[in-house]
Design a protein around this ligand. Sequence first.
Ligand code: NAD
Length: 432
Amino acid sequence: MFDERSGDWRYTLGGKTCFDAKSAFAINIKQNLHGREINDKLLSYLNTCKREILMEIPLRLDDGSLLPVHAYRVQHNNARGPFKGGIRYHDKVNLQEVREMANLMTWKTALVDIPYGGAKGGVAIDPKKLSFHEIRRLTKALVSHLGNNIGPHIDIPAPDVNTNPQVMAWIFDEFSKTHSEGSPLAVVTGKPTEVGGSQGRLEATGRGVAICYREACKYKGLDPKELRVAVQGFGNVGYHTAKIIHEELGSKIIGVSNAVSAVHNENGIDLKALKDYSDTHNESLDGFPGAESIPRDDLLLLDCEVLVPAALSKAVNTKVANAAKSLKILLEAANAPTTPEANAILHEKGVCIIPSVLANAGGVIVSYFEWVQNLQQFYWTYDKVVAELEERMVRAFKHVIELAQEKDIGLRQASYCLALDRVARALILRGF
Ligand code: NAD
C-alpha cells in the first residue's frame, strides 16, 4: 500500500507490489509530455525535500532561564506555487515527521488544484507546559529564525496541532516588523478575522471533511441519518467535523475522545455540552454527565459505521482495522492517520477510505482564500467562502471518484494519481 509517511511510492497489497509511482503516471499521464518521459530522476526528485531548515531556538522562560527548543521548517516542493503548510507545536515533533507532512501538503494542494506547493513546520515542545507569554516569545523567536525563508510569495505557514489563530497573529506581527512592503498579512493564514483572517477559516477543515463525508454517502448509497460516527480528537478539526456532520447531515455522534479521555453514548452525544464540559474541566471528558467514560483508545474500537480519526498520525492500526465490524467509511480528518497495514485490512473489508489528502483539504483551501483576500485587500462574506469551498471540494471529490471508477482503484490511489500528475506536469513544463 502507499506509505504516506515514508514518502515511498510503492504500493503493495498482500505483500505484492502492485502499484508504484511509475504505474501511477502510467495510469494517468500521457507518458510523454513535450518529448520528456517521466523517469526515475523525476520520481527521486519528488521524494526529496527542496529545503530543510533546522533551528535551535533559545526560549526565555518566565523565570528568566533559557530553554533550547528544536524547530523545523521543511519545504518539499514549489513547482505549482509558494510552499504552504501548517506549523505544529508538539513534544513528539521530529524532522522525519515534518518531512512526511511537508510531502503530503504538496499532494494535497495539487489534488484540490490551488496554486501552492507543500511545506510543514514543527516545534518540539509541549505548549501546555508553557505560559501564554512563553508561547508568544517562542513564536516570535521562530519567525525571526526563519527570516526570509517565509513570505507571501515564498512560504506561507498556517495552524496545525496546538497552534491557533492567536499564534498566527503573532507570526504576522513579527514578520511585519522586518517586511513592511507589499502585503505582509499574506505571510500566514488562519489568522483571527480582526487581523486579516478569513470568514469561515476556523471550521474550514471540518467543513471540508463533512463535505467529503456527504459525497461519500451519496457514492456508496448510504443515508447519513442512519450512520453512527466515532470521532478521535476533539480539537479544531474533530469538533467542527462532528458538529457539522451531526447538525447538517443528521448523523449520530456516539463516541468522542481527546488526548486525555473518551466518552460513549449509543443514543448520541450533545457536542455543545461536551465542548463546554471539556473547556471547564481542563480538557478532560471524564465525568461528562451525557455519556459513559471509556478508556481513551477504546474509542477507535467502538462499533460504528463511520470512524473519524482527527488527532495524530498512525492512530488506525491493525488492531483497530481487525476490530472493525460495521465500519463503512473511514474519514481521514487527521494527516496520515492510517498505517499501511491497517489500510490493507480495511480495503479488503470493503471500507470506503477517504484519504487525508482529500478529506482535510478544506483548511488549506480556505487558507488560499484568506491569502487571496489579503493580497487583494478585498474581503469576502462567510457565504461566499462556504460556497467557494463547497465547489472546490465537490470538484476534487468528483475527479477522484471518476478516476477510481475508471481504473478500478481505491480513492487513495486515485487521489495520488491526480496529484502526482499535476505536480509532474508543472515540473516538466518548467523545464525539469
Ligand atoms: P488540535 O490541536 O486543535 O486538536 C487535536 C486534538 O487531538 C485534541 O483534542 C487533542 O486532545 C487530541 N488528541 C491528541 N492526542 C490524542 C490521542 N492520543 N487520542 C485522542 N485524541 C488525541 O489539532 P487540529 O488542528 O484539530 O489537528 C488535528 C489533525 O488534523 C492533525 O493531524 C492535523 O495535522 C490535521 N489537520 C489540521 C488542519 C487545521 O486546519 N487545523 C488542517 C488539515 C489537517
